[in-house]
Design a protein around this ligand. Structure first.
Ligand SMILES: [Zn+2]
Length: 86
């Protein structure tokens, strides 16, 4: 059984923001897509956390993705997230 404390959720949100700020300050804005199969559909780039990683101050937990790849990357894992909520 999982007990989810509201303070834990707040901490996670805080960590999310802090880590994203950290990665932008230390590695700059995402300026390319690291997906080798990228079809170059978008010129907007984001830092994306790898799905099997947690929010830590580690560059290797993140990849740069264009908006298009980021969308498909999130879609692929959506079902998993939905299942978790039930
Ligand atoms: Zn891409």
């Amino acid at each position: 059984m999982i007990e989810l404390n509201i303070d834990d959720i707040r901490d996670q949100n805080k960590t999310y923001g802090t880590v994203h700020l950290w990665i932008n300050q230390n590695f700059g804005k995402a300026d390319r897509c690291e997906n080798k199969l990228c079809k170059n559909k978008s010129k907007k780039y984001h830092w994306a956390k790898l799905k099997d990683k947690v929010y830590e101050f580690k560059r290797e937990n993140f990849i740069m993705l264009c908006a298009s790849c980021h969308y498909y990357y999130d879609e692929r894992f959506k079902n998993k997230i939905v299942n978790k909520r039930i």
